[in-house]
Design a protein around this ligand. Structure first.
Ligand code: FAD
Length: 272
């Protein structure tokens, strides 16, 4: 309760706790439960670990942990056994302070079954797209989206979500993204599509309504009035809100996302 009330007043922050919970849940639960990880699924795991190694905001023990995990998945040969993977995770975690939190903060809910892991998975990938765009580590515009696509396809336990996401990826031409900034915007726009589809359905926590993000309140400059009646081709659809002729201002959106998902905006509120 205390956490929830605080978090509701901290809109636009992201939390170390949620990012760590996403990593913990993906590796220790979703990946580890596969009896056999091979072929494309193994490639997806390698790509997912690689982006975590590059951009995840762990402390020094957490970085050593990820490096060990990466060595293991890169050198494991043609297939990995999930039990063995879990044993290795435990071994690499032993005697290190890898995780600083084991609770949800920005993704907390007081209702069972809502928010939590899926919320933290979105948060993680938005964070990674922004980190990749802000750093010079790689020039591959698809680095993060490809890792996300592979993760969601081969490991995400919500199979409906996974299928929807893959269909949307084709429809929204994920493989045509040509810059790291466009990758940030691709994920923002696609997440909004999911928000629109799920708005008011049973998965919505009334404390955290599914909105076209960011809200007007969070970023007034992100929406602008359409001034002309020309039939412009809009790369991102005009919002379906009752406010009339409004469109997204992509320059402002990008700058909003880059400040929200900046490494310096990761709050340690709620860590142990
Ligand atoms: P979430 O939608 O999880 O968002 C988490 C946080 O991200 C928000 O609190 C907000 O701070 C921020 N945010 C919201 N929108 C944006 C945006 N556009 N850009 C940047 N940041 C944003 N559930 C289903 O029932 N059916 C599905 O088909 C489905 N598909 C999914 C596909 C994927 C890849 C994922 C990760 C999840 C999917 N889910 C699906 C789960 C669903 O999208 C939500 O994650 C879940 O319902 C929890 O919602 P939430 O209110 O915590 O916010």
């Amino acid at each position: 309760e205390v956490i929830l009330n605080n978090v509701k007043s901290m809109k636009g922050k992201i939390f170390q706790s949620d990012l760590e919970q996403a990593v913990r849940f993906t590796l220790f639960h979703e990946v580890a439960q596969f009896a056999k990880i091979d072929g494309r699924r193994l490639t997806a795991l390698q790509q997912f670990i690689a982006v975590l190694v590059r951009y995840f905001p762990f402390g020094s023990d957490g970085k050593k942990f990820l490096n060990d995990v990466q060595d293991f998945v890169m050198n494991a040969g043609e297939e990995i056994d999930g039990h063995k993977f879990l044993e290795k995770l435990q071994e690499f975690k032993a005697n290190r302070k890898v995780f600083s939190s084991n609770r949800w903060v920005g993704c907390a809910s007081n209702k069972p079954g809502l928010r939590r892991f899926p919320c933290s998975l979105w948060t993680l990938f938005h964070f990674l797209t922004v980190q990749a765009a802000e750093k010079e580590i790689s020039n591959d515009p698809l680095e993060i989206l490809q890792a996300m696509h592979g993760y969601v396809r081969h490991f995400f336990g919500c199979t409906d979500c996974s299928q929807h996401f893959q269909q949307m990826a084709v429809k929204n031409r994920i493989w045509n993204v040509t810059s790291k900034d466009d990758a940030v915007l691709w994920l923002w726009s696609s997440h909004n599509e999911v928000n629109k589809r799920l708005s008011k359905d049973a998965t919505e926590d009334p404390d955290f309504p599914k909105i076209q993000f960011p809200s007007r309140e969070m970023c007034p400059a992100c929406r602008r009035k359409i001034l002309t009646n020309h039939h412009n081709h809009h790369q991102y659809p005009i919002e379906d809100e009752n406010s009339g002729n409004v469109e997204w201002n992509l320059v402002e959106i990008l700058s909003y996302l880059k400040s929200m998902y900046a490494a310096t905006n990761v709050s340690r509120f709620g860590v142990n």
